[in-house]
Design a protein around this ligand. Structure first.
Ligand code: NAD
Length: 302
């Protein structure tokens, strides 16, 4: 779409994503209630408005990069203290939500936006802050075909892979399924390394075997939870993130809600959510999620 982009939520992800749009020559007006976030974006050439409504005035795309679905719905519909963005938006405005939120909330947002006569797209990302800075994110997009065609070039300015997953909510659905695999597989890899330690095989041996056998997965070969085999993994820098335990727990709870609302007979995904909650309680919130191996090792050596 042509015209101004309102960018709401200039945090860890939104800040660098907005900066990449500016770098590509887009007219971006941002808003974030946290002054430090707004200042950092301003330093990267983002114009900063005094409110979400001011930022959205006259924009053809309203992009949100917030923490939770309720925040997105509140912005769209308005609250007691604040008028909603749907009131008085320009005709055909595209409401593009890149936050990671509950699938049902994304569908609700789609219903609210389309009933008001506007267009909605859910486009959550993977790739983390590093991907946001380098414009190498993957976007998982739920959108009608014509809207997808229109938004794809815009998303390509912030990412390297843009996947059309289906209609409204499908982007969130794909993200939640992927991250349920990730959470469960990281726990499995960590348990296997601790078991290997107990059985007397070295980390290098287990890595050498599993990385080239049927145990191969991203949690092992890219984000390896022990130092050594993959020098770039967070384990080599004392589990400095990377992808934090708090975000893993958040995404597993979104998976759990999706499992419950669909009635899928999943056991491992919900258990992974519980295990990551414990990791967060034990100080893992701000560490890389692969640091959960230290919990498992600790519980294995009473
Ligand atoms: P963050 O907390 O750093 O950023 C969110 C920002 O939104 C904050 O700065 C907050 O002040 C702002 N905000 C809150 N209410 C607002 C409002 N009404 N209007 C405008 N701004 C408002 O979070 P983040 O790490 O940037 O993550 C954003 C989203 O991306 C989350 O849904 C997260 O799950 C997802 N995500 C994060 C990562 C990651 O590695 N950080 C990776 C993939 C996906």
């Amino acid at each position: 779409p042509q015209g101004r982009i309102a960018f709401l939520g200039l945090g860890h992800m939104g800040g660098p994503m907005a900066a990449n749009l500016v770098k590509a020559g887009k007219d971006v007006v941002g808003y974030d209630p946290v002054p430090a976030a707004a200042d950092a974006a301003r330093a990267h050439g983002v114009k900063v408005a005094e409110s979400a409504l001011d930022a959205a005035a006259g924009a053809s795309v309203v992009l949100t990069m917030l923490q939770a679905g309720q925040q997105v719905l509140d912005l769209y519909r308005g609250t007691e203290d604040q008028r909603g963005l749907l009131e008085g938006a320009a005709p055909r405005t595209m409401f593009l939500d890149c936050s990671t939120i509950n699938v049902n909330e994304a569908r609700e947002a789609a219903a609210v936006v389309t009933e008001a006569g506007y267009r909605f797209i859910d486009a959550p990302v993977s790739g983390g802050v590093v991907g946001a800075e380098a414009a190498t994110l993957t976007f998982m997009v739920g959108a009608e075909d014509a809207d997808f065609a229109e938004v794809e070039p815009l998303l390509e300015l912030m990412g390297k892979r843009v996947v059309h997953c289906g209609g409204h909510g499908s982007g969130q659905a794909a993200k939640v399924c992927n991250n349920m695999i990730l959470g469960a597989s990281m726990i499995a890899v960590c348990e296997a390394f601790v078991l290997g330690e107990k059985l007397g095989i070295t980390h290098d041996v287990l890595f050498d075997v599993a990385a080239h056998a049927s145990g191969q997965c991203w949690a092992l070969t890219t984000n390896c939870p022990v130092p050594g085999p993959v020098p770039t993994s967070p384990a080599n820098r004392n589990y400095e993130p990377g992808f934090t335990g708090a975000l893993m727990a958040k995404d597993l709870h979104l998976a759990l809600q999706a499992v419950e609302s669909t009635g899928v007979a999943a056991r491992v995904g919900p258990l992974a959510a519980k295990i990551y909650d414990e990791f967060v309680e034990h100080g893992g919130a701000t560490r890389d999620f692969s640091g959960i191996i230290t919990d498992i090792r600790y519980r294995s050596n009473p």
